[in-house]
Design a binder for this molecule. Structure first.
Ligand SMILES: Cc1ncc(COP(=O)(O)O)c(C=O)c1O
Length: 421
């Protein structure tokens, strides 16, 4: 059973041991760590959407011409902000004009990477109302990210409600056209100004919103990947299964290297076996006839080396609902690039696609691989139907997902946003 007191002692001891001697006086008092699993147990206030305070922008803007939207370039008028400190817990949620953050240069986020985030979207249905897609799952995942880096936890349902209230207030920024959405970026940072390495005594949750267009404005474009053996994204016991800011910067150079050789993205492998884990910042699915002759949709398991994608989970559920009727078995288990390469040679490879919030699905056309310990470099060709950029599973997954995101098909994943007025 989990013992918060043991964790507290271990963390504080580790923090003390790793702090340079002259900084040890700044190590934080032990009582703070009690927040890790429950604000309530520690007698601290949790997030409370009923306390939301709204300060309106004095010069609100307008949604740009939808066709000109560039991902993450323009933002809505307001931001959501909730402060936390170790004495009182979560303060009142605030919707306030989008603005700069003012932080002391000693703030721990700048030095030790106390930062995690989420990526999610608000959609407008054909009747004009607004929906979020599985927001509580994003908030559950954010809670896990926070707790891994000693940031405060929160009630995921309450946080999802704050997010819905924010979206209702920013209603005009949710595009009307199909395929468009309002991208939401919840973020949490440690804000304590101290160079002592220890659990932050204060934190800030904030969320900004950016209207976005479809990932494939003119239809799917299958991508080419380079399997990366020089770098490792995640490892068991590491933090690659959490959405920490610090996981992303180290992935840029490998991606640039893949791009310099003409590949769109890099495929992350793990271990000498060459286990397939993720592609860029997406989970990866492979459809093949496996070595036992069965049709299988396979994706890497949640073993600590992949992010537990919400699209991944949704695709698995849809596959279990629909594809099993077509004779597919659906597997979350380890598989290697060598097995994939062999399947391609034997004509058993059917489809490969990435899965994530941004693109929903991203079909793959080929994968370059250095051959691992065989040393024979090659390109694995992934079959695509003649004249098409996506296979039938990727195409249907995209459609099934979109129907649920935009509320064409009612689903427990769809979270209605109550109008603000
Ligand atoms: C490393 C990584 N893997 C997978 C995903 C896909 O997750 P989701 O489907 O929740 O967007 C993301 C995107 O958030 C990611 O950053």
């Amino acid at each position: 059973m989990f013992r918060p007191t043991l964790l507290r002692s271990a963390l504080t001891a580790a923090a003390r041991a790793s702090a340079p001697r002259q900084l040890q006086h700044a190590t934080l008092p032990m009582k703070r760590a009690a927040r890790f699993y429950s604000n309530k147990d520690a007698g601290l206030a949790d997030v409370d959407p009923t306390k939301l305070v709204v300060t309106k922008h004095h010069a609100p803007g307008e949604l740009l011409n939808e066709e000109n939207l560039v991902f993450g370039r323009t933002f809505s008028d307001h931001m959501l902000a909730i402060e936390w400190n170790s004495t009182t817990g979560w303060g009142a949620p605030q919707v306030k004009p989008y603005q700069n953050l003012s932080l002391d240069p000693a703030t721990c986020v700048f030095h030790y990477g106390f930062s995690c985030f989420e990526g999610m979207k608000a959609y407008r249905t054909s009747s004009g109302d607004l929906r979020l897609f599985r927001p509580k799952d994003n908030m559950e995942r954010m809670n896990k990210s926070c707790q891994r880096i000693a940031l405060p936890g929160f009630n995921p349902d309450a946080m999802a409600e704050c997010i819905a209230k924010f979206v209702a207030l920013e209603e005009k920024y949710v595009p009307k056209r199909r395929g468009y959405s309002l991208y939401l970026r919840p973020t949490m940072i440690g804000t304590q100004a101290t160079l002592g390495v220890g659990p932050p005594g204060s934190a800030l949750f904030f969320m900004i919103a950016s209207p976005v267009g479809p990932y494939y404005p003119t239809g799917f474009k299958a991508v080419s990947l380079e399997a990366t053996s020089k770098y490792v994204r995640a490892w068991p016991g590491g933090t690659g299964d959490k959405k920490l800011g610090g996981n992303y910067a180290p992935c840029i150079v490998p991606q640039l290297e893949a791009a310099s050789r003409g590949y769109h993205q890099n495929l992350w492998l793990f271990g000498e076996e060459g286990y397939i884990t993720e592609v860029g910042t997406m989970n990866l699915f492979t459809a093949w006839i496996n070595e036992d002759g069965q049709k299988e949709l396979i994706t890497a398991p949640l073993d600590g080396t992949i992010l537990e994608g919400i699209t991944r989970d949704s695709i698995l559920a849809l596959a279990r609902e629909f594809l099993t009727k077509e004779g597919y078995i659906i597997s979350e288990k380890k598989y290697t690039i060598k097995q994939m390469s062999k399947a391609a040679d034997e004509g058993r490879l059917l489809e490969v696609f990435g899965a994530g919030t941004a693109a929903v699905v991203s079909p793959v056309r080929k994968i370059a691989w250095d051959g691992g310990n065989t040393g024979v470099a090659r390109e694995i060709e992934v079959p695509l139907p003649a004249g098409k950029e996506a296979g039938p599973i990727a195409e249907r997954m995209w459609k099934w997902m979109e129907e649920r995101q935009y509320g064409d098909v009612e689903s427990e994943w769809s979270y209605p946003v109550k109008p603000a007025y």
